[in-house]
Design a protein around this ligand. Sequence first.
Ligand code: MLT
Ligand code: ZN
Length: 468
Amino acid sequence: MSAFVDALASRLPPGRVSIDPADLLQYGRDWTRDWTPAPSAVTWPRSTAEVVEVLHISRHFGVHVVPSGGRTGLAGGAVARQGEVVLSLERMNRIDPVDELGQTVRVQAGAITQIVQEHCERAGLTWPIDLAAKGSSTIGGNLATNAGGLNVVRYGHARHWVLGLQVVLASGEVVEVGGALEKDNTGLDLRQLFIGSEGTLGIVTEATLKLTRVPGKLDVLLFGVDGLPAALRLLREVRQGAPGLLHAFEYFTDFCASQVVEHRKLPWPLRNRPHAYVLVELEAPDAAVLEFWLGVALGVPGVSDGVVAQSSKQARELWAYREDITASLSAAAQRHGVGAPHKNDVALPLALLEAFCAELDGDWRQTRKAWPLALFGHLGDGNLHLNTLPPAGLPPTDWPSACATADRELFALVRRHGGSISAEHGVGLVKKPYLHLTRSPAEIAVMRAVKAALDPDNFLNPGKIFDP
Ligand code: MLT
Ligand code: ZN
């Protein structure tokens, strides 16, 4: 292995390679804690040519490559556990000037999502993918995982906001797919092949992002509801009658709120503690019309309370109850003696969500009454996050198998209701064993054929999504 590291060190400029155990640990994993990172080295190329060089050297020494962005993924897609080299793109963070007429910007893959957004905002434009992790996630990671987030209900996923990609293939060849063209109807859309492929088909090194105007004034409302059916009735009302454009429709239970209240030392968000909350964000409604509509929304059966943020500070405070759930649950997991909560991220057709949740509350929940369960998510997209913590008294060694059983039963339910086992977090290592529950044998066969065509030696990010 040292010959490999020596070759990297001698063929790349100084400071591009590390075998420091702290770097191997930090760069060998994402936000998951289920695997022990064990990369052989970490490299930080600064240009596409250096990425190509790393691939050539790695191939020569038979070392597989795990591409790495901001490492905020939740599916183990950036975990290196078998002596791979981690190719971190974080030093490739150039952001070009915004093309204001074309409403595009060209960036390198390691540019931080929030920094790209702030750069574009100076021209009145934005890349509209809003994630709780945007301060650390990178554009390359967002594209590799087809990130979703808080405003999918308005803008869709990352894949809708890309015009062109530069990709280094497993062979080391550099290809430009797409460009700055809004319209280019010439055969297969290869951009979309790489977006969401979790670094298994090629390494995205640059992207031309499509931008949109920065939204106008956003009003944030928080409702108390007596359960998911009421939240869905509120969604119907929002879609039919709310003034302004719907920007976010988020759901979280009282248990989630209690975790944030405890962790962040915040007051309870509403006067009374409802069973659950819905956070609605609307762009630019007229104030008087919004006030009138709030009265209508409070008349929806099961909606018990509601407030409108009166300032941007208050809006941020209301958002904290939703955005801080993940961090608060991670802190709670430490107190429960595990590295992270056990996470699931499922999608259901909106029309079947109520039936799904009713069944979930049946056998699945009844056999796990003692499990702390955080149910939250992007309800407007039919996307639920289920995070669980180990119940008191369960020996820590029994927790993984208890979670595996719970997952199998959960995914069977998801499948019966026509849902997906991974709405927005991707597949990586975490969901790989269950891919067949959402994708048909024919679809997986096509995926395998694509992988075999682009990376026949399983050189890039091996073991992720499916085994070839
Ligand atoms: C979120 O929406 O906050 C994350 O995607 C969910 C999670 O941490 O499970
Ligand atoms: Zn989410």
